[in-house]
Design a protein around this ligand. Structure first.
Ligand code: GLN
Length: 520
């Protein structure tokens, strides 16, 4: 079922294989009818993750990229929408030469074709994967996931036994008496078997360790060897899950099923994700959404930077509509993330002003960049009605420029970014050219660029002809980017803006504010 940790389990198994020197890739199947996650409300579905090719996909692909250090593409996210769209297009074209087009075989064939195609897609540096992890979203028994499970069944029946291993992730809850309940697992395995699928491995999720007795019981009911019943208890840090699964011996079981050598695991990754913390900082993230999953990649990027700097990052989630200066007084840094629409914007602007005037480290991402420009235009340049065209009438310092093409197509995915030499941002990246991912419609209105710069806001990064980075020099750390560096951060490759920000937060206590109660 959703929220159980299938994505992290998938990513973790991949990591264990990768640590053994195998090339891995991953595919996420989302059984919904949307073509992609681009139009989905993040408050319902969590973050929309953006891939290098501009694919707007499920946040699990972010976990795969972070755990596996690979670059995935849109084809690695298969949705019911994409599958049906393609089959119906082909039907209209006459590709099926008069046949009755049906879920079996036409939809299942399309699913199988897509899985194989994605598995064969080159990963970083033109290499091909040796193992492809396929995560089927949803719950066994859901109507939506039936065609996908049927496609998996067909593949399983056709492939050699050592070419596919089936992992079932299941909930093993504890009752009020403190007993672990195996009933949900018995039933979900029964449901799987009715679909013709017998799991090879069962990963048991829950708040407790599954001991040998419970494993034996699950094994007896499901015909899965005890060794292949794996305990996966909740842990506070997702990057410890591969470590825990390693101890449970899952890699050996997977390697045995796949008839590949269970090579010795390279410990380098564990060292990176287990580095000791010697400091702790608190960062305020100003958001209008009540759920943290909306900013999954930002949260993870702060963790990656924190690990690299031996600094534990505590996040204080603040509601943009209700926050006041008292909420910000004791934080070490302020982050305004991406967002769409007007709600909460004024609170975010107040938080940015607070950060600027009180010399708190500030990191702005996408909308957080646009609002930094608005805030500066209002309070330093002196344009009281400065705003973004997305929000309201006024002086649009953020706009969709160009009269002919005001359609406002979304800038999505990779774009080369040029950083101005000698600036803070170029220092952080250690280069003046980089590539970052995008997801925005609006941009800095070039008409105001000169005045803003003259007033002291330095524009230090550009993408094509668009202004994409701003920073302040008379401030300990004030950086905002139109692009989303969090989509390229991983534990082994933390993102430079996040490193700079967390490092500044670490030092933040030594800066003194103005001492006055700020205007709010
Ligand atoms: N809503 C803004 C835009 O479309 C910012 C987008 C974002 O924060 N990702 O330009």
């Amino acid at each position: 079922m959703s929220g159980l940790g299938k994505g992290i389990t998938t990513a973790s198994i991949g990591r264990l294989l990768k640590n053994r020197g195998y090339e891995v890739t991953a595919v996420k199947i989302d059984p919904y009818l949307n073509i992609d996650a681009g139009t989905m409300n993040p408050a319902q579905h969590g973050e929309v993750f953006v891939l290098s090719d501009g694919g707007e996909v499920d946040l699990d692909l972010g976990n795969y990229e972070r755990f596996l250090d690979i670059n995935l593409k849109s084809i690695h996210n298969i949705t019911t929408g994409k599958v049906y769209q393609r089959v119906i297009e082909r039907e209209r074209r006459g590709d099926f030469s008069g046949a009755t087009v049906q879920i079996i075989p036409h939809i299942t064939d399309e699913i199988r074709h897509r899985i194989i195609r994605a598995a064969q897609e080159e990963i970083n540096g033109g290499r091909k994967a040796e193992v492809c992890l396929v995560e089927v979203g949803g719950t066994v028994g859901d109507i939506e996931s039936m065609p996908f499970l049927e496609a998996v069944r067909q593949m399983h029946a056709e492939l050699a036994p050592q070419d596919m291993v089936l992992v079932h992730v299941t909930l093993v809850p504890m009752d009020a008496m403190g007993d672990l309940k195996t009933k949900p697992t018995q039933h979900s395995v029964k449901a799987l078997r009715e679909l013709g699928l017998q799991p090879d491995i069962i990963v048991c999720r829950g708040s407790e360790v599954i001991g040998p007795q419970t494993k034996k019981k699950i094994s007896a009911f499901t015909d899965v060897p005890v060794k292949a019943v794996i305990s996966a208890k909740d842990v506070p840090d997702i990057y410890q899950i591969p470590v825990e699964l390693e101890k449970e011996g899952i890699a050996e079981v997977v390697c045995n099923y796949l008839a590949i050598e269970n090579r010795e695991a390279d410990p380098a990754w564990y060292r990176v994700v287990s580095r000791e913390y010697t400091n702790r900082v608190t960062v305020a993230i100003i958001s209008k959404y009540g759920i943290e999953d909306v900013y999954m990649s930002i949260k993870e990027s702060l963790k990656h930077a924190g690990r690299a700097l031996s600094t534990e990052v505590n996040i204080r989630w603040l509601d943009a509509e209700t926050l006041g200066p008292q909420d910000l007084a004791d934080v070490d840094g302020i982050l305004v993330p991406s967002g769409f629409g007007k709600r909460g914007v004024e609170g975010k602007i107040r938080a940015i002003r607070y950060a600027r005037e009180n010399k708190k480290p500030y990191l702005g991402i996408s909308l957080g960049f646009q609002l930094a420009v608005v805030e500066y235009a209002r309070h330093v340049l002196g344009i009281p009605d400065a705003t973004s065209e997305e929000m309201e009438d006024g002086t649009h310092v953020i706009a969709i420029p160009g009269e002919e093409d005001a359609s406002g197509a979304m800038h999505l995915g990779n774009c080369n970014v040029t950083l101005r030499e000698g600036t803070m941002v170029a220092g952080l990246y250690g280069t003046t050219t980089t590539v970052e991912r995008h997801r925005h419609r609006y941009e800095v209105n070039p008409e105001f660029a000169r005045d803003l710069e003259d007033a002291g806001l330095a524009f230090t990064g550009f993408c094509e002809d668009r202004i994409e980075v701003c920073e302040l020099t008379d401030h300990p750390f004030y950086l905002a980017t139109q692009f989303h560096p969090e989509f390229r951060s991983s534990p082994t490759n933390p993102s430079p803006p996040y490193i700079g920000f967390v490092d500044a937060c670490k030092k933040s206590r030594i800066y003194s504010g103005t001492g006055e109660t700020p205007e709010w």
